[in-house]
Design a protein around this ligand. Sequence first.
Ligand code: ZN
Ligand code: ZN
Length: 143
Amino acid sequence: MPNEAEPKRYAGACLCGNVQWRSSASPGLQFNCYCVDCRKSTGAACLPIMLFKADDVELHGEITYFHSVGGSGNVIRRGFCSHCGAQVVAHVELMPGMLSIRAGTLADITQFEPKANIFVSHAPAWSPPTPGLPSFARLPNSG
Ligand SMILES: [Zn+2]
Ligand SMILES: [Zn+2]
């Protein structure tokens, strides 16, 4: 008999597998970010992001962090695997206690369920925001 209370588990890794993460709690927020910093740091049109409570996530492996300052003036520390260079996590000063996980690192990519597109004012015409989701020019509630 299936136990319906069994929590959904989330897990993922970088390209080479040195950095691993897992969480038995669900992400609080899931969205696609089209901001220029996410684009530049990934080389992709947007970054699919899941925000977990940092305390809910087990994170292992060698991570190299790089800092940048966002448009709001807040510091973001992006974590890249020290062996393969894949971007896996970020700590955002604006959201203390939260860990931002790059959804592309999921072992089961179908677990990512974005609920919004943000910073769509920067989305390139050749990769438009995911249809059917609320889209915000910048952040929700900040214009
Ligand atoms: Zn790696
Ligand atoms: Zn972004």
